[in-house]
Write a protein that binds this ligand. Structure first.
Ligand SMILES: [Cu+2]
Length: 352
């Protein structure tokens, strides 16, 4: 009922505005009703162009001031720094180019506004000018693309050098499961057809594969700082995307195939919680939560920063809630944690 009433009210308001503009138009009839723009019209539009330029600059400055703080904190992975530099350089170039071109566009529209006395200059072409405005974008874009390709090849070079940890990230509607490869650092074979919920084989591991017995299945990702991790992604049902924003990492999870991504975490969770940007963000979020708590609203527990694995593909109705906590810790803390986890072999034995 309420939506219908709202629509009726909106339609009535629209009709009222339309009628009022008609009355306004009728009251504005002047002696000369020429369709040709007058000097006043031209001047008015020239100034409006200038006003729009000021509006553009104003909103740019406002956005920097208001939204810079929602950006991610410093990258917590080895490759993240290079990735951020590339991003920052692209932003700087776009910013300079847009500031200049917007100025030129609007200034000239104002300067050469309609004037009956002025005649347009016939200027056929200028090779040198055309050369300059072609070669500068060519060099800048080629530079960006080459640097981008170089960064991409570096990031996507997934190999077994430096003794990487092998971890599987398993996506399904709507949660993540992680599987550590265990002492042998080799993941056991798995297939969605071998999933046996009754026997707690939630990832479909192959019981007959000796590599599977020492695999460790967990719901929280622990990573030792400074050790390279090779992630192998699988999906059970639809397209998902493993997104770890603080590590500048993202990879699609595709049913029927294994995709991979590799990175080395460089900052522990405890260290990241001390980062000034993170401290500031936590303070702001908890301020909002405290306000909500005062009004008696839900979900107002104070928040503590944690790294996070998110799904970055709209994979269904609970997509927004598909996440897993990531804890980056020292080698000793990691070893103690992994030692306290049960292996797949043991959990199978306890079920049967
Ligand atoms: Cu998903």
């Amino acid at each position: 009922m309420t939506p219908l009433l709202t629509i009726v009210v909106l339609v009535l308001v629209a009709i009222a505005i339309w009628q009022m503009t008609k009355i306004f138009e009728l009251s504005q009839i002047r002696a000369s009703n020429s369709q040709v723009a007058s000097e006043t019209d031209n001047k008015y539009n020239g100034y409006l162009m200038f006003a729009f330029l000021i509006f553009l600059y104003g909103i740019t400055i406002f956005s920097f001031w208001k939204y810079s703080k929602v950006l991610l904190p410093e990258a917590a992975s080895e490759h993240g720094g290079g990735y951020d530099s590339l991003m920052a350089l692209s932003f700087v170039i776009i910013f300079i180019v847009q500031t200049l071109t917007q100025f030129l566009l609007h200034y000239f529209a104002y300067k050469y506004r309609g004037d009956r006395e002025r005649k347009a200059l016939f200027y056929a072409d200028n090779d040198r000018l055309e050369f300059i405005w072609t070669i500068i974008p060519v060099i800048v874009l080629a530079g960006l693309i080459l640097w981008g390709l170089y960064a991409w090849t570096n990031i996507m070079d997934i190999n077994d050098e430096d003794d990487p940890l092998t971890i599987e990230l398993y996506a399904q509607q709507f949660n993540w499961t992680a599987r550590y490869a265990g002492n042998d650092n080799v993941l056991g074979d798995a297939n969605v057809r071998m999933i046996d919920i009754d026997n707690a084989n939630i990832l479909g591991l192959d019981n007959a594969d000796p590599n599977a017995a020492d695999d460790i299945i967990v719901k929280e990702l622990h990573l030792p700082v400074g050790r390279k991790v090779n992630f192998k992604m699988r999906s059970q049902d639809v397209l998902h995307s493993a997104y770890m924003p603080h590590f500048r990492a993202q990879m699609n999870c595709v049913p029927g195939m294994i995709t991979q991504f590799s990175f080395t975490p460089t900052i522990t969770t405890a260290e990241m919680r001390q980062n000034p940007d993170v401290v500031d963000k936590v303070k702001r979020v908890n301020g909002i939560r405290a306000e909500k708590a005062a009004k008696g609203m839900d979900n107002t527990d104070p928040w503590e920063f944690d790294y996070i694995l998110l799904c970055n593909k709209i994979c269904g109705k609970s997509h927004y809630n598909m996440q897993m906590k990531i804890i980056v810790e020292t080698e000793e803390e990691y070893n103690a944690w992994i030692a306290s986890q049960q292996t797949f072999g043991k959990s199978m034995a306890s079920v049967q």
